[in-house]
Write a protein that binds this ligand. Structure first.
Ligand code: MIC
Ligand code: SF4
Length: 643
């Protein structure tokens, strides 16, 4: 039996476990990336492990999220990360150099390699044939120290692309079409692989748009083959030597196959407030809009922005519409500046932002009250834009640009024949904003620069024999990490200060939660399906840990958040019978009388609702390794015990 692309890479990197779906497997990690909003914590954790030099082939730290710098906090974090990088052997991408995923694809990604990143959109690297996976900061810290990265061996899904996109229909419309079929939880426990004749019609940046937004499917990752198009891209980036061919065997077996005929696709939009709430633009046409934002790690490549500039050239943004554009990297920005495309954008009235995440994470450019905002981003969760009642639609750069001019939702196919825009034969290569680490012999002289906002990792403790705690919060299905630990300009500066950031935990759902949880001392959260979807931020586990949350009992979990809970030593429990969800109310006193023994034995966990007298059975799906982590009180304690 042949192998899929992902199975080939996994096989090459397997350090333990068997490649059987559902088994825990450990992977050797070649490359890591961090960004600044998760990076400070990841490097605090790395320091706690006491390993002098990273053991990966390449580790890169990017500064791209917290670039608003409304106080000293972010700048202090940047300085801290830069000093850690210099000392411990990590490359440092300075603020201004661009969004981690875009820059990593351009300058560092290599087909056939493994990459983990403390950001859920790390699968962008799948566009170049990497096995690139989003993880919690602590998992990335462990991988930098040479430890394996553990995942559950996923199922394989093949998305078979046939045909060719029509003019003005683009890669964003492909991934929105996949989301329409699979939904935001359809990818959990799966790797999505693209194949078929249609693959050959897509450039690397277009493939990367698709693998990037595969995160919204809940998938472990997504991957494209590495072929002649990949070689051309790497060659244009001056690194043809990084190319290797990679494709699925003809007799590879997939658990699921999805057919997408590119010729039949039309421009699409993900409507508020979920990336899988997909409708054709033709159904929305004529609806008035207030704002357009173009950029983010999904759609800010040279190709994307050249198409946007072409549409805007010689026109003016409609009155009543604010258009913001953030190029994805310094490379893209510089090339647009040199070839005049930037001038076309400025002349049309676009508000040009620095190369960073910016509005995607609520760092500025929040829309007006109830404002309708078209964004080329990947997430439109409620409140994420910074405006609680903002109405965010996710669209392609082409739809965004043409709608910005018209002031209403507009189908870009109205533009007529396609624009002749191709990838350059040579990108502008200038890595002057990437700082190499100090040589080993000088590392002892490097001082770590710590600001006053940088606080320690919260206290943890081993699992106790029993737990008695009240339900401090009850939430519904599809709770995102933006609900659990909101981001945005006011809260992001607190990412390295868990006591302070925990005051904002779950406030989107319930303003009283942090105070209530603190007063209770110990508590349990109850939730529905796909709990913790979205980002990789481990703060969504560390803030509850700080507030005394001992267990989270839900119908099902999203992958990265579940492993962040385990890493923090919080019990991830699922209802054996999902109807039992109705048997717990906010404030009920719950008892897990025999929890330590049950976890150690791998049996079901008994939950007694002492308020109603009812008994509920919960599962705690753990591997031998994650069981040991939970018993130890989290991954840091486990790593210390086992090193
Ligand atoms: C996001 O898009 O939600 C983020 C901000 O990039 C997060 C990481 C974070 O919260 O710092 C992610 O996707 O993992
Ligand atoms: Fe940054 Fe947005 Fe991409 Fe997250 S999704 S890495 S915030 S651009």
């Amino acid at each position: 039996m042949g192998y899929t692309i992902a199975q080939k890479i996994i096989k090459e990197h397997l350090v333990c476990g068997e490649m059987v779906v559902g088994n825990d497997i450990g992977l050797r990690i070649d490359q890591t990336l961090t960004q600044d909003a998760t990076g400070t914590m990841a490097y605090i954790e790395y320091e706690a492990m006491g390993i002098p030099r990273v053991k990966t082939e390449k580790s890169v730290a990017y500064i791209d999220h917290n670039t608003l710098q409304t106080g000293f906090e972010n700048a202090d974090d940047h300085r801290f990360i830069q000093s850690v990088c210099k000392k411990h052997g990590i490359y440092f991408s300075r603020p201004g150099n661009g969004i981690c995923h875009q820059v990593h694809l351009e300058r560092f990604g290599k087909p056939g390699k493994t990459l983990i990143g403390s950001d859920s959109h790390t699968p962008t690297g799948g566009g170049i044939g990497m096995l690139a996976i989003g993880a919690g900061g602590l998992d990335v810290a462990v991988a930098m120290g040479g430890g394996a990265y553990y995942i559950t061996m996923p199922k394989m899904v093949r998305v078979n692309l046939t045909g060719k996109l029509s003019p003005w229909v683009s890669a964003k419309d492909i991934i929105l079409a996949v989301l329409r079929v699979m939904s935001v939880k359809g990818g959990v426990g799966k790797i999505v692989e693209y194949g078929g004749e249609g693959v050959k019609t897509l450039t690397v940046p277009e493939r990367a748009t698709i693998t990037n937004m595969g995160a919204e499917l809940g998938a472990t990752t997504s991957v494209f083959p590495s072929d002649e198009i990949t070689r051309e891209f790497l060659k244009a980036q001056g690194r043809e030597e990084d190319y290797t061919e990679l494709s699925a065997d003809a007799d590879a077996v997939y658990d699921e196959v999805i057919e997408i005929n590119l010729s039949e696709l039309e421009p699409l939009a993900a409507c508020p407030h979920s990336p899988d709430n997909v409708k054709p633009i033709s159904e929305l046409e004529g609806k008035k809009i207030d704002q357009v934002c173009i950029g983010s790690c999904t759609n800010s490549s040279y190709l994307d922005l050249m198409r946007v500039a072409h549409i805007l050239k010689g026109k003016t943004v409609a009155d009543g519409v604010s258009l913001a554009i953030a190029p994805g990297s310094k490379q893209v920005f510089n090339m647009l500046a040199m070839n005049g495309a930037l001038a076309d954008m400025i002349a049309a009235g676009a508000r040009i932002l620095e190369s960073a995440c910016g509005p995607c994470i609520g760092m500025g450019q929040s829309p007006n009250s109830k404002g309708i905002s078209l964004r080329t981003f990947n997430r439109n969760f409620e409140g994420r834009s910074g405006t609680a009642d903002g109405q965010i639609y996710l669209v392609s750069p082409e739809t965004a640009a043409v709608s910005a001019l018209a002031g209403v939702f507009t189908d870009p196919r109205k533009l007529g024949p396609a624009a002749e825009i191709e990838l350059p034969e040579k990108f502008l290569i200038n890595d002057n904003m990437v700082i190499a680490p100090a040589p080993v012999e000088e590392m002892d002289n490097v001082e770590i620069l710590r600001g006053p906002n940088i606080k320690e990792y919260p206290a943890t403790s081993p699992l106790t024999e029993s737990i008695e705690a009240s339900c401090s919060l009850k939430v519904g299905d599809n709770i995102t990490t933006d609900h659990i630990m909101p981001a945005g300009a006011k809260i992001l500066p607190l990412r390295s200060n868990i006591p302070a950031i925990s005051q904002h935990c779950f406030t989107v759902c319930d303003k009283e939660f942090p105070e209530r949880a603190k007063t209770l001392g110990k508590s349990i959260i109850v939730g529905g399906e796909n709990y913790g979807q979205g980002s990789s931020r481990e703060h969504a586990a560390l803030a509850p840990l700080f507030l005394g949350v001992k267990a989270v009992l839900v119908k099902s979990f999203a992958r990265i958040h579940k492993s962040n809970l385990i890493n923090a030593g919080i019990l991830p429990l699922t209802f054996q019978n999902t109807a039992d969800y109705d048997k717990i109310k906010l404030g009920d006193m719950l008892e897990l009388p025999d929890v330590k023994k049950e976890i150690a034995e791998g049996s079901a966990v008994t939950v007694v609702n002492k308020t109603t007298g009812e008994t509920i059975v919960a599962d705690c799906e753990l591997s031998d390794r994650t069981r040991a982590i939970i018993l130890a009180g989290g991954l840091l304690d486990y790593t210390k015990e086992n090193s």
